[in-house]
Write a protein that binds this ligand. Structure first.
Ligand SMILES: C[S@@+](CC[C@H](N)C(=O)[O-])C[C@H]1O[C@@H](n2cnc3c(N)ncnc32)[C@H](O)[C@@H]1O
Length: 313
C-alpha cells in the first residue's frame, strides 16, 4: 500500500494538535462534503457521544472517497437511476448512511435497522428506520440489491456473524451485493514514528486479546472476506484504506480525514474499550479508573505531532 506523505510544515502548525473541542476542530475542515452535511443541518452536535462518534466515522469514509462520484458505497448498482432499488443498512446507528443513500438515490427504498431508535428529526420519504434485532429471523418480504454494514466490530460472536451473513445471502435479490466496512484495531506508522511502547501501539493487541476472550473478535476486518464467502457469496472484492489519525499528512484529503479521525478516536475510544477491558482485561479485568488512565494516555498521544499514526479499514 502507498505510504501517506507527512506534512513538512506540520511542526510550525502545532495548534492543529490541540483538538480539545470537536466543534472548533471540525469547523476548520473545508471539504465540500463536510460543508454539505453542515448545510443540510445534519451535523447537529448530539448529546450522545456515541452518535458523535458514528458521525465522525461516516465523515472519514466520505472524505477518503470524496474523489468518487458516489462516496457512499462501491457496489456496482444504482447506475440506472430509474430502476427501483432495495437497500438494507444493518446496525444503522444514527442512520446517517441510510439517509444519505436515500437522498442520493431517490429510486431506492433504504431500510436502516438497529436495536435502538436513532434521534432522527428528518428523514427522506424513501428511508425507513426500523428497530429490530438482526439476530432474529428476518421478516422482510423484500429481497435486497444492497445490504450494507459498517463498524459492527464487537457486535456479534462468530456463530452470530455466520448467521447474519447467511440471512444476508438468503435475502439477496438476483445480482445483489453485500458491502461491509470495518475498522482494523492495529495502530501503526510507516516511518516508525509511533513508539512500540506507546499506548496507541498497544491498543490493537490489547483489544484483540480481550475480544478473543469475550468471544467477540475485534479483528473481523481480516476475516470478513472469508466469512462472507462462507455464506455463499461469490465475486468478493476487498479494498483496504489507510485511516490517518491526526492532521499529519501532507495531502489535503488525508489531512482532513486524519483530523476527523482524531476526533473519532477522542470521542469513541472509551466506549469502544470500557466493557471489554473491565470484563475481559488481561491478566485481570481492569478497573474503570485504569481504563480512564489508559484513555488519557491515548488522548495525549493523539495530540503528539511526531506520531504519524494510522490504522487500516
Ligand atoms: C458502532 S455502531 C455503527 C453504526 C453505523 N453502522 C455507523 O457506521 O455509523 C453499531 C450499531 O449496531 C447496532 N447493533 C448491534 N447489534 C445489533 C443487532 N443484533 N441488531 C441490530 N442492530 C444491532 C448497535 O445498536 C449500534 O447502533
Amino acid at each position: 500500500m502507498d505510504t501517506i506523505a507527512v506534512d513538512p510544515d506540520l511542526y510550525a502548525a502545532q495548534s492543529a494538535y490541540a483538538p480539545d473541542d470537536w466543534q472548533s476542530e471540525t469547523t476548520s475542515i473545508r471539504s465540500s462534503i463536510y460543508r454539505g452535511l453542515m448545510d443540510n443541518g445534519r451535523r447537529i452536535p448530539s448529546d450522545e457521544q456515541q452518535f458523535e462518534t458514528y458521525e465522525a466515522g461516516h465523515l472519514v469514509d466520505l472524505i477518503l472517497d470524496s474523489d468518487r462520484d458516489n462516496p457512499l458505497f462501491r457496489s456496482p448498482i444504482g447506475a440506472d437511476r430509474e430502476r427501483p432499488l432495495q437497500v438494507l443498512d444493518i446496525g444503522t446507528g444514527k442512520g446517517t448512511w441510510a439517509i444519505d443513500v436515500a437522498d442520493m438515490f431517490p429510486n431506492a427504498t433504504v431500510r436502516g435497522v438497529d436495536l435502538f431508535p436513532p434521534p432522527v428529526t428528518w428523514m427522506p420519504p424513501n428511508c425507513v428506520i426500523e428497530v429490530d434485532d438482526v439476530l432474529q429471523d428476518w421478516t422482510w418480504r423484500e429481497r435486497f440489491d444492497l445490504i450494507h454494514m459498517r463498524n459492527m466490530i464487537g457486535s456479534f460472536d462468530n456463530a452470530e456473524w455466520d448467521r447474519v451473513y447467511e440471512q444476508c445471502f438468503e435475502k439477496m435479490a438476483p445480482g445483489g451485493w453485500i458491502e461491509q466496512l470495518e475498522v482494523g484495531p492495529f495502530i501503526t506508522s510507516d516511518d516508525n514514528s509511533l513508539p512500540e511502547d506507546s499506548a496507541l501501539a498497544s491498543w490493537g493487541p490489547i483489544l484483540q486479546k480481550c475480544g478473543d476472550r469475550a468471544g467477540r473478535p475485534c479483528d473481523i476486518v481480516l476475516t470478513m472476506p472469508q466469512s462472507i464467502k462462507n455464506a455463499g457469496f461469490v465475486d468478493v472484492h476487498e479494498k483496504v484504506y489507510k485511516w490517518p489519525i491526526g492532521p499529519w499528512p501532507r495531502d489535503q484529503k488525508f489531512k482532513e480525514a486524519g483530523m476527523v479521525n482524531s476526533q473519532h478516536w477522542m470521542s469513541g475510544m472509551e466506549g469502544w474499550c470500557m466493557w471489554l477491558l473491565t470484563k475481559y482485561g488481561d491478566p485481570e479485568p481492569w478497573t474503570k479508573d485504569e481504563v480512564h488512565v489508559f484513555c488519557a494516555k491515548l488522548r495525549n498521544e493523539l495530540k503528539n505531532p511526531h506520531y504519524h499514526a494510522y490504522h487500516k479499514a
